[in-house]
Design a protein around this ligand. Structure first.
Ligand code: PGA
Length: 258
């Protein structure tokens, strides 16, 4: 269907002790062993990063942080930096998740600085964008989402941005059990790709993986991943159990093989 390799990422948010993280990572790594058609990434809490790294070592599963600061070091109490993420083996980092924008004052300008810093360290940013229910009902979905994408990539060219992953996560669908209809998700994904092409060139835009996030479950994954511009999923709640996450990975493998 496309040369873009599907990517299924599990965002564990503020869940799982070190022991729980290890057990879940071991189960996921065992399932994907020997399979490489679909990229799989786990984003545990920061205190479990090293343990999960050890659990997935030697498998194709990648490690992601859930946030970073833009500076490498300094007087930034409570923060993590791209350099430290590399130090513990992170290849990815979620940036601009709506929970960070909503509850921790994350701004477009901060998101842009973090993306630039991650790219310097060769960590793949997973840039989250998405509209609230109010914005959707006011017909502002594309204004909001395309505006977020534009602000996050401002001043960076297609060469620097090569590894970028975008995750479209309608805020009203996160953790609510409500999912965007597959065709509605596809419309937004196509618009994001079109806008990236206008901003930075079509060949790069065609290579960017755009994930869908927001109540992705085993029973809706195939339909969402069957859309031409839905290249994977960023999964919250359903990534917290191997029984739910593994069928979503399998949907990613089916997309790769279709
Ligand atoms: P959810 O979360 O799958 O629980 O809706 C997705 C996310 O916030 O990344």
């Amino acid at each position: 269907m496309t040369s873009r390799k599907p990517l299924i990422a599990g965002n564990w948010k503020l869940h799982n002790t070190v022991d729980e993280s290890r057990a879940l990572a071991v189960a996921i790594a065992a399932h994907v062993r020997g399979k490489s058609a679909c990229d799989v990434v786990l984003a545990p809490v920061a205190t479990s990063l090293t343990t999960v790294k050890r659990a997935i070592d030697g498998s194709v599963v990648g490690l992601s942080a859930q946030n970073t600061h833009w500076e490498d070091s300094g007087a930034w109490t409570g923060e993590l930096s791209p350099a430290l993420l590399v130090d513990v083996g992170c290849g990815y980092c979620i940036i601009g998740h709506s929970e960070r924008r909503q509850f921790f004052g994350e701004t477009d300008a901060g998101v842009r600085k973090k993306i630039a810093a991650l790219l310097v360290h060769k960590v793949v940013p997973i840039l989250c964008v998405g509209e609230s229910l109010e914005q959707r009902e006011a017909g502002k979905t594309l204004d909001v989402v395309l505006g977020q994408v534009e602000a996050a990539t401002e001043g960076l060219d297609a060469v620097a941005l090569a590894p970028l992953v975008v995750a479209y996560e309608p805020i009203w669908a996160i953790g609510t059990g409500l999912t965007a209809k597959a065709e509605d998700a596809q419309d937004v994904h196509r618009a994001i790709r079109g806008h990236l092409a206008e901003l930075k060139g079509k060949s790069w835009a065609d290579s960017v993986r755009i994930l869908y996030g927001g109540s992705v479950k085993p029973d809706n994954a195939d339909e969402l991943l069957g859309q031409p511009d839905v290249d994977g999923a960023l999964v919250g709640g359903a990534s917290l159990s191997a029984d739910n996450f593994i069928p979503i990975i399998d949907a990613g493998v089916r997309r790769a093989e279709s």
